[in-house]
Structure formats: structure tokens, C-alpha cells
Design a protein around this ligand. Sequence first.
Ligand SMILES: *Cc1c(COP(=O)(O)O)cnc(C)c1O
Length: 395
Amino acid sequence: MKDNIVETENQVIANTYSRFPIVITKGKGCVLEDVDGREYIDFVAGIAVCNLGHSHPEVLNALSKQAGTLLHVSNLYYTVPQVELASWLVKNSFADRVFFCNSGAEANEAAIKLARKYFSDKGEKDRFRIVTMKKSFHGRTMAAMSATGQEKIRAGYEPVLSGFDFVPFNHLEELQKAVAPDVCAVMLEPIQGEGGIITPEPAYLEGVRKICDETGALLVFDEIQTGIGRTGKLFAYEHFGVTPDIMTLAKALGNGLPIGAMLASESVAESFSPGSHASTFGGTPVITAASLETLKVIERENIVDRSKEAGEYFKEKLLLLKNKHKVIEDVRGIGLLLGIKLKEPGADIVNACMEKGFLINCIQENILRFIPPLVIKNKEIDSLIDCLDEMLGSR
Ligand SMILES: *Cc1c(COP(=O)(O)O)cnc(C)c1O
């Protein structure tokens, strides 16, 4: 069965992923099961997606209830779950309005379009440039990729969309220089995820906000990875006392169902009017019902606080490992967006952990990333720490 699936995948699926040689068939809570019945504790969570764990009963219930009532209608009509989900997001964030789409890249597309439209509406059609960060990741569609500050992601697709400038993260002087009068927005992840879990230095994001305020450029936070409780606050911007004008969400917003959202303050959102932008599936009832239930569970069960506590516990254990193993150069991140930078490539350790029943992933060659469901238990964290201790001890 497993060999058959792997072989067929090699023949019929576009060759865009290098996959680990396991076929996953089931998930419950923080545990995944493969086709051979082997279990794995999941420290990847679909890449910061399944924050409530797999097969969460209440999310499943909301999903199947809505699926049996109304799966989809066009945005030509009003639906209850879409409006309720937007209301929840507006109530719990800086934003006044929400545009729904189906993925992170699409949320960033909407943000890029809105930033340009905002100045176009003001009669400043030449004000279209967007400054983003080196090592950023904003997605794989043409505009989101063009906004991504990593050569390897844009390679082969030139000419990419014009109008993007890149500056180093955590460097206010370079940003100041880059934000010329033709810049409509500064777009960044408050904590860089794919780039290596790079946290902002104290006062950096305040400085970014100040540069935007002084020049009139909009501030866009890509919270696709950091949002929905991942960092121990509902949104990462809350750690830094800095509010953006536009924020994008996706990943954990649907606990595994495909959904993206672009949130904006009223004065900015005003630039979208009927016909400005659209998505057939954006905000479709079945997905928004499941997403709303996800957020209600997070609220009711204080999952954001749990993320903070579990993250502190986990990070302390990682710091102890660092004291013990010289191969660990750095422990980084907040909440349950954590990583350790190794002095050597991390792929072997990821494979060895998988053999022992733990899924982790490695980014930027030598950074092991830990992004489990926010409901991960201390004893599950302990078991991974013991595994890593053993792995690292033998080198
Ligand atoms: C994953 C991610 C994206 C892209 O989301 P997709 O749903 O894969 O399009 C964009 N920005 C950040 C910060 C991400 O982590």
C-alpha cells in the first residue's frame, strides 16, 4: 500500500514537493497515524495550521452540520457564517473589515491590491511600490512571490511583478532610506517564519510604524504564520504594541480547512468597493462555519494562554538542551513558534526523529522548527526533548 502510493505519486503529482517517505492516514489531537499503523507526535501541525490538533470534535461537528445544511452559495448573497466569522475577527483585532479568500498567498494578493488601490483612489497612481523584507515569505502566487525576499523562490519566474524593494529585517535605517514618496506600503511578518524564526528587536516594529506614519505608507502585517494564538497572543502584533493598517491571516484560521483573510481598518478598507476584488469560494459557508467554531473553541478554552505557557515550558527545555549540546547555536521564537539553529544541517535529525515517532521540520538548512498544535501537552514536549537529547548526544 505505502510503496504503491509513493510510486504512483511520483508519476501523477507535479514534482513540487520533496516528501518524507510516510503515508499519513489519520490524525487525532497531536498524534498522526500512517498507513502501517505507526504513530507520530506532530510538531509540524500542517505547518502551523492545526492549532486545535487533528479531528477536533467541535470543529468537525460545526463542519458536518453546515455541510448538511448549505455548502456553498455565491457571494452574490448574504450568508450567516461568513458574517459571524468576520464579526468575531473585527471584535478581536484592530480591524474594521474583512475580505475572505482561500489561502495565505491570496490574502497577501488582496493586501497588495488594496494598498495600491488606496493611493490610486487618492489620485496618487504612481505610488505603487511596496517595501518588504529580505528572507521574508509571503506565498507562491505571482504577486506574493514577487513580495517574497528570497531569490530561490523567485528564480526562473522572471520578470516578476515590478514595484517591490527589499531591506534587511531589524534594520530601521535601511527601511527609512527605502520608503520613498512612491512607496504605498511596508509589508512584513512581525516574526519571520520561513526565513528562520527571526524575532524583531525591541522597538523595531514601533520604528517601522513611525516610518509609515511619517511617510503615509500603509503598514501590512503578514500574520499568516504568527496569527491565531501561535505566539502566545491571538495576533503577534499584540506583543509589540504596534497596530498595522492591514493584516493577512490564513494557516490556522480554519484549523486545517482552506481559508485566508485580509483585514483592514475602515479608512483603508474603504478603497474596496463592489467589483474591486472577489473570490468564488472566499468566505463560503462550510469553511467559515468551521473557522468560526475554531475561534470559539480557542476563546472558550483559553488556548492562547495555553500556547504561551506551553511555549515557555518548551523554550526552557530547549535552552537546557543548548547548554548541554554544543551543536546548538541558538534557541529562538516565542509561544509555540520555536526553533533551534544548529551548527550543521538538520535533515538527519528530522529523519531520525521521524524514525522515533516525532514529526518536526527543518527550515533554511539548519534550523529545526517546532510548531505543534497549541494543545500540545507538557509530557509530549518532554518526550520530544528526550528524543532530541539522545539524537544530539550522539554527535
Ligand atoms: C504559509 C505562509 C504564506 C503562504 O500561505 P499559503 O496558504 O501557502 O498560500 C504566506 N505568508 C506567510 C508568513 C506564511 O507562513
